[in-house]
Design a protein around this ligand. Structure first.
Ligand SMILES: N[C@@H](CCC(=O)N[C@@H](CS)C(=O)NCC(=O)O)C(=O)O
Length: 219
């Protein structure tokens, strides 16, 4: 028995959004607890007791040790609640879907998080317009890679891999939401990714968990 679940989350956190989507898809309810990244609450001792890395998300079930790292949490949820599956059956197909998920989650996202933005500003003295250039550059790199992979693979359907939602969609949508909503990047040059994004947003799992509907979102 692990008891009630809690997700430590923040409205604009991409990694938290991934886990909110997966919880919804799997029908797992969890209390959301806001850690305000803009106020630096991730550094507070009580949150570092949950995740010593001082990063969101953290997923806690009852008195079991917290789970951290969104991709590890997504795979945990998928293994614990196999229906609907977030990975295809074939080995190579699973590797492909994991790779698509990792492009935004492991290559773009780590370069734009608050601790990186704060380091650029405070340690390297980089001003806001140049910091925004940095952020947009790494988001666009992610967009370009995703579009190339999706459009050339011949494997995209309604979603990134065929017509069922996979881990790849769970990571694509938070990435494109950040690009389009927070940094106003144009998605038109990435038509395959943009089409899949729109298809995902027709589903409650993506729409109801999106950043602008989260507690703590500024008006
Ligand atoms: N690889 C981690 C990344 C976690 C991460 O960087 N989370 C961001 C929010 S999306 C964060 O908490 N940043 C706090 C900071 O940079 O100070 C994961 O996927 O869970």
């Amino acid at each position: 028995m692990v008891g009630n679940a809690t997700l430590y989350s923040f409205w604009r956190s991409q990694a938290s959004y991934r886990v909110r989507i997966a919880l919804f898809l799997k029908g797992v309810s969890a209390e959301l607890r806001t850690i305000d990244l803009l106020k630096g609450e991730q550094q507070h001792e009580d949150y570092r007791a949950i995740n010593p890395e001082g990063l969101l998300p953290a997923f806690v079930e009852g008195s079991a040790p917290p789970l951290i790292q969104s991709l590890a949490i997504l795979e945990y949820l998928d293994e614990k609640h196999p229906d609907p599956p977030l990975l295809p059956r074939g080995l190579r197909e699973r590797a492909y879907v994991r790779a698509l998920a990792q492009v935004p989650a492991m290559d773009s996202h780590p370069l734009i998080v608050p601790r990186v933005r704060n380091y650029l500003a405070n340690q390297l003295g980089i001003d806001e317009p140049r910091r925004n250039e940095w952020l947009k550059h790494w988001l666009e790199e992610g967009n370009r890679a995703l579009e190339a992979l999706l459009s050339r693979s011949g494997r995209a359907g309604r979603f990134c891999f065929g017509d069922e939602v996979t881990l790849a969609d769970v990571c694509l949508v938070p990435h494109l939401t950040t690009a389009a909503m927070l940094y106003e990047l144009e998605l038109r040059p990435f038509p395959t990714a943009a089409r899949i994004f729109r298809n995902c947003m027709e589903l409650d799992a993506f729409a109801k968990t999106q950043p602008r509907l989260q507690p703590g979102r500024p008006g």
